[in-house]
Ligand binder design. Sequence first.
Ligand code: GLV
Ligand code: MN
Ligand code: MN
Length: 421
Amino acid sequence: MTRPEAPPAHAAGSPPPDLATGAADVGAATFRRAWADLAPVGRSPDGAGYHRFAWTREDHALREWFAGEAAARGLDLVTDRAGNQWAWWGDPDAGPGVVTGSHLDSVPGGGAFDGPLGVVSAFAALDVLRARDVRPARPLGIACFGDEEGARFGVACAGSRLLTGVLDPDRARGLRDADGTTMADALATAGRNPSDLGPDHEALARVGAFVELHVEQGRGLVHSGDPVGVGRMIWPHGRWRVDLRGAPNHAGTTPLADRDDPMLDLAAFVQHVRAAALDAGALATVGKVRVEPNGVNAIPSQVTAWLDVRAEDERRVRAVLTALAAYAPHEESWTPVTVLDADLADEVATALGTAGLGSPRLGTGAGHDAGILAAAGVPTAMLFVRNPTGVSHAPAESADEADCLTGVGALAAALERLLTR
Ligand code: GLV
Ligand code: MN
Ligand code: MN
């Protein structure tokens, strides 16, 4: 990738281009309207966060919203074989293009920003580019990846994994949610043909470079004092399932000594996970369990626990798994370390510099579709927006509007550079 010298931000004596054209106002107006549109979708009335899961009514509303934004701008809407949505400015086959975007689904009880910030900022940045009368030399795509959190069917980044061929479509079709509904049935209910599911080389080949803007899921930018930063790497991470079996029986008539209670095994397991993570210098979490039959007055027959392990390097993750080998953890997904494209990160940083912004480099322990695309060979960069609480995957996730608008400006600057080089 070539690295041309940065163009001057604006000619001496003239106002910066966004002020001269009102482009910054355009971006702010788009951002505010789109944010307000999305705010009610899947929000729990008690303030306990968002519930936006793949192929549900909420997901449908979000997909319709995305399609509406594309239509309002005259963009070509494409849904790929994996169910990801793409809105193209310019002929997508005249590329490869530059793509930006993120996801709109959430974890259970999630915050408003993880995912939507990247999609809303993408539309706002496109509006900024148009207001500035930027003439792209290649197409610009806005992507909305499906089922990024894997909250319903268990596999994170299911949409981008299917797209790139790292998630087998047969396996995906057979994944079950907590009610036993398969992904195939959920797709059919949502009006899609489950047999369409699969890798989509045509959709992937259109992506010459991918830039994902995301709320920071930590406080690195709070500490550095910057509103935005540039991604450096994504930690290796994975999910495992542990099945703990026991003997179901009556809570009031079974002496303690006669019990085979898998809930006790769960308690021991959670303690082992914590100790193993401490030993290995890793992060490990048991955040989801299923108890069968889940009756208050019955000793369970089975407890299933899901384990999430991450660390700066794979050796530490494997050390945790080795320490827990007696529980026979079954791997449900794995993402190796992702070192994001250094040249693309430099280009993005240069663009931020021309916009008067710093560009601290950040690693992250959170997973992203950007990591899946990078692993598939797509030059990929990430832009992070400051999160004052540092909290994520919870209602306290936040970003100040001023920082979000700086993020839109930063994304527009990065896209302009990549689209016109
Ligand atoms: C997704 O956000 C993850 O990090 O699991
Ligand atoms: Mn997330
Ligand atoms: Mn995310």
